[in-house]
Write a protein that binds this ligand. Structure first.
Ligand SMILES: [Zn+2]
Length: 260
């Protein structure tokens, strides 16, 4: 069974969330969630949504939808709002408590978004938020900048693809660090095969090859092992599937070998 990630676009329908100069939080949350979902699907994850259209569900209903779909991870998308325009700016990720996988994920999301120019408003515990409290899986809620901040909106509008990629990368990398792969429910529960495309002492070289592969649609990632940054594609249960992937990569000129 593939690892299932539930994406929750905040608000919806009769509840627009925060609004500012014609912008509505519910629309921006939906657009971002759908973009992140496509990237996670490309990486092999099972992705489901609490909504894909402009409908309203209560936070309790959203948590129940996620629980009924037996999600392994829950990510809620929102935009923040301050009492006055341009009062605050920056990204913030909320968690039920600052522990475990969700806390690591929240930090990685913030770190990746800060790299795009957002200020870091940190990881904040919000034990009373229903979608964080009632979901039976690790859950985070991303406040992707303030909807009434000119600074944040400039980044949000001009770097839409980068923001989606930053969040998807944070999810994939956090899970991978825990040994959770797209095709597993549990970490390291059986033998698997990947195709190694490069190994570098320099992390940036590995990250740039990784980015190039992702842009070509390959589910690649960077793994740190024996002081090297190794770029690997896929996570297969059978050697045959890894060999088939290797063939595709070799046709594009990559030097590869299969690792288990
Ligand atoms: Zn919201």
């Amino acid at each position: 069974m593939a690892y299932k990630i539930i994406l929750d676009p905040g608000h919806g329908g009769s509840d627009p969330g925060a609004t500012f100069n014609g912008r509505q939080e519910k629309d921006e949350a939906l657009g971002l969630a759908m973009s992140v979902g496509k990237l996670l699907e490309n990486a092999g994850f099972d992705v489901a949504y609490t909504r894909t259209t402009d409908v309203y569900n209560t936070p309790f209903e959203k948590a129940t939808i996620a629980n009924n779909m037996r999600g392994d991870l829950f990510v809620s998308f929102h935009r923040n709002s301050a009492p006055n325009a341009d009062m605050y700016n920056g990204v913030q990720t909320l968690v039920y408590n600052d522990q475990g996988l969700k806390a690591e994920l929240a930090r990685n999301i913030n770190e990746n978004l800060v790299a795009l120019g957002f200020a870091d408003k940190g990881v904040v515990e919000r034990p009373n938020l229903v979608v964080l409290k009632r979901t039976k899986m690790p859950a985070v809620l991303i406040e992707a900048g303030f909807i009434n901040s000119a600074v944040d909106n400039e980044i949000f509008d001009n770097k839409q693809n980068e923001i989606a990629q930053a969040i998807a990368d944070a999810i994939i990398d956090t899970l991978y660090d825990r040994g959770i792969h797209a095709n597993d429910c549990k970490p390291n529960n059986s033998q698997s095969y990947s195709v190694q495309v490069g190994a570098f002492r320099n992390r940036q070289l590995a990250e740039s090859l990784n980015l190039q592969l992702r842009r070509q649609g390959f589910p690649s990632r960077v793994v740190k092992e024996d002081n090297l940054f190794k770029v690997r594609v896929g996570d297969f249960r059978t050697l045959d599937n890894a060999v088939a992937m290797e063939l595709k990569l070799r046709l594009l000129g990559y030097n590869t070998f299969v690792v288990s």
